[in-house]
Design a binder for this molecule. Sequence first.
Ligand SMILES: [Zn+2]
Ligand SMILES: [Zn+2]
Length: 148
Amino acid sequence: MTGSCPCQSGLPYEACCGPYHRGARAPSPEALMRARYSAYALNETAFLKASWHTDTCPPDPRPDGDIRWCNLTIVAHEHGPAEGAVRFRATYQDSAGFAVLDEDSRFVLEAGQWLYLHGTTDVSRLRPGRNDACPCGSGRKFKKCCPS
Ligand SMILES: [Zn+2]
Ligand SMILES: [Zn+2]
């Protein structure tokens, strides 16, 4: 794809998550987390599997086709020499409306490669008012943007 990266870094995709999707090594858990978010948004299933620790990876990881990912905010991130944590908040839209996913993700470094181990998640449904800012992040009012 061209244009700005789905992870909302403000960088072009090719200067951000694109290279990781094609096999470059992410330098930190935060970079890997961003690339995994972008992979969900872009249906990069091979990368989802490649970036997931083999102990915890489902047999066939793939994004829920019903979900449109709208926003990513990295809330906190830290890492030591071989393990790391990233807390993020992601907004998405599905057939039931908008929701926010809060996740505390854990990562480990194996053979020089950061891998996603597991996450603790919490989903809250959003109930935007018609005149509220649309949760998709467009800056427009909800009623003029994406009401479901
Ligand atoms: Zn990115
Ligand atoms: Zn919208």
